[in-house]
Design a protein. Structure first.
Length: 315
């Protein structure tokens, strides 16, 4: 005799769980153990089959009532002393049909339908379509410039099975971390051909040097103390490649130099923001004797005190 399986335990729900709770539990587990997401994992494959079997029974009201009354034995291949039935949809007479093995004490169809269903005729309503949401991770440059990503999508079909397909999704330029991209007609398939939408929640990986603030990009660029004193022209990185920036003589640490139109395209207007080069003056950790003497001479011939505004607080 087959083992009596606890389908409620398989899905992690209570016996009085609502249809919606059962569906949510199934979707969560099916995505976790789906074979496409666990290639080569036999344990996950078997777990997925158990989850599918449990949901096939508990998701249908009449099958669930039958399971609650007689357990899972009737839904598994059995021996001579076991009552078995096979479910198939689409009977012209009533919308369903059963074929029975051993009747287990019932005299015929009338006894079984009376025991399980009473006199109420089973009814079915088209399943409503649902939107689904996935998270995708993209790099910083794709978020700025846009691109195309292939997404492996698992979704529930009209017969309540999980199907997997690969779709190409266009990433618009200027998407930000937390943005949602709508892909029409790629949600769950409901009754009567209704189809929900897919929403992709964007997660942008941080960039090693660039920081985004709305439509502007910031990058910290180190310069030498003599470039800060004398001024210079230096090459700086932008999202489009290298650009030349003029460092004015006497520039201060933390000064922001603007590169117009080198920022992020606005997701609506497509107008680009700016890039700001943040100056960081870096002093050498070790000075040669000649460099030390040059600084000493500079301090003697061109003295200045940047702390004069603090003198009244230090007396």
């Amino acid at each position: 005799m087959g083992t009596n399986k606890d389908y409620y335990k398989t899905l992690g729900v209570s016996r009085n769980a609502s249809a919606e709770d059962i569906k949510k539990a199934y979707r969560k587990l099916a995505r976790r153990y789906h074979p496409d997401l666990n290639p080569g994992n036999k344990e996950a494959e078997e777990k997925f089959k158990e989850i599918q079997e449990a949901y096939d029974v508990l998701s249908k009201e009449d099958k669930r009532r039958m399971y609650d009354a007689y357990g899972s034995a009737g839904f598994q291949p059995g021996g001579a002393n076991q009552r078995t039935w096979t479910w198939s949809e689409g009977s012209p007479e009533s919308g369903f049909r059963f074929s029975f093995g051993d009747m287990g004490g019932f005299s015929g169809l009338d006894d079984i339908f009376s025991e399980i269903f009473g006199t109420r005729e089973p009814t079915s309503r088209p399943r409503r379509s649902r939107d689904i949401e996935y998270e995708i991770e993209i790099d910083f440059e794709t978020a700025i410039k846009g691109g195309v990503r292939d997404i492996k999508l698992s979704r529930e079909t009209v017969d309540r099975k999980m199907a997997t397909e690969t779709i190409s999704v266009k990433i618009p330029p200027g998407v930000d971390d937390g943005s949602r991209i709508r892909v029409a007609g790629k949600g769950e398939i409901g009754g009567r051909g209704n189809i929900g939408d897919l929403y992709l929640r964007v997660k942008v990986r941080p960039h090693p040097i660039f920081i985004r603030r709305k439509d502007d990009i910031y990058v910290e660029v180190p310069i030498t103390f003599y470039e800060a004193a004398l001024g210079a022209q230096i090459n700086v990185p932008t999202i489009d490649g290298s650009a030349t920036v003029t460092i004015p003589p006497g520039v201060q640490n933390g000064t922001k130099l603007r590169l117009k139109g080198k920022g992020v395209p606005n997701i609506k207007s497509r107008e680009r923001g700016d890039e700001y080069v943040v100056v960081k003056i870096v002093m050498p950790e070790h000075l040669s004797e000649n460099t030390k003497r040059s600084f000493e001479e500079l301090a003697r011939t061109a003295p200045y005190n940047p702390r004069t505004h603090l003198e009244k607080y230090t007396k």
